[in-house]
Ligand binder design. Structure first.
Ligand SMILES: [Zn+2]
Ligand SMILES: [Zn+2]
Length: 154
């Protein structure tokens, strides 16, 4: 899809694709504020703690704690990893209102992901059934062929 491996593409609030940093509802964003697919995966795998308590300011990519460094604010938890969060200017951090909405969207994403995973587990557990159905279909097909042959032979 032409998405670069580095650099985010998703709105930090609603996690929807924000083409060139513009989300219809929440944009515009600077490129380094956008969520990468890894960020999204991380958000999907780790449910937001409940009840959600917004910080005064939070990392737009993970809603985590930020600390002021030499170059600006960086994410305490993810600031120094390979694809580090930040540094951000103070007005690039998420305030409490945006954090609440962002947390809501992340919660929904995590719930959807969990539901999909559960559905897959159920599918795996019922694997013998599709096989049985296919066998029945094959037998049904054989019966039709036999009937056709019988009809032709008359
Ligand atoms: Zn958005
Ligand atoms: Zn972060």
């Amino acid at each position: 899809m032409g998405t670069p491996a580095r650099g985010g593409t998703l709105c930090p609030v609603c996690l929807r694709p924000a083409g060139s940093g513009r989300c219809h509802e929440h944009g515009p964003w600077e490129p380094h504020q956008l969520l990468t697919r890894d960020d999204r995966r991380r958000a999907a795998a780790s449910p937001v703690r409940q009840p959600f308590e917004p910080r005064v300011q939070a990392c737009p990519r993970c809603l985590g704690e930020v600390a002021l460094g030499r170059l600006g604010f960086h994410c305490v938890e993810h600031g120094h990893s390979r694809d580090g969060h930040g540094p951000y200017r103070v007005d690039e951090l998420l305030g409490p209102t945006a954090q609440r909405e962002a947390a809501l969207h992340r919660m929904r994403l995590a719930r959807r992901t969990r539901a999909r995973r559960d559905a897959q587990v159920i599918e795996l557990q019922s694997l013998p059934w599709p096989d049985a159905a296919r066998t029945a279909r094959l037998l049904g097909g054989a019966a039709v062929i036999a009937a056709t042959l019988a009809f032709l032979a008359r």
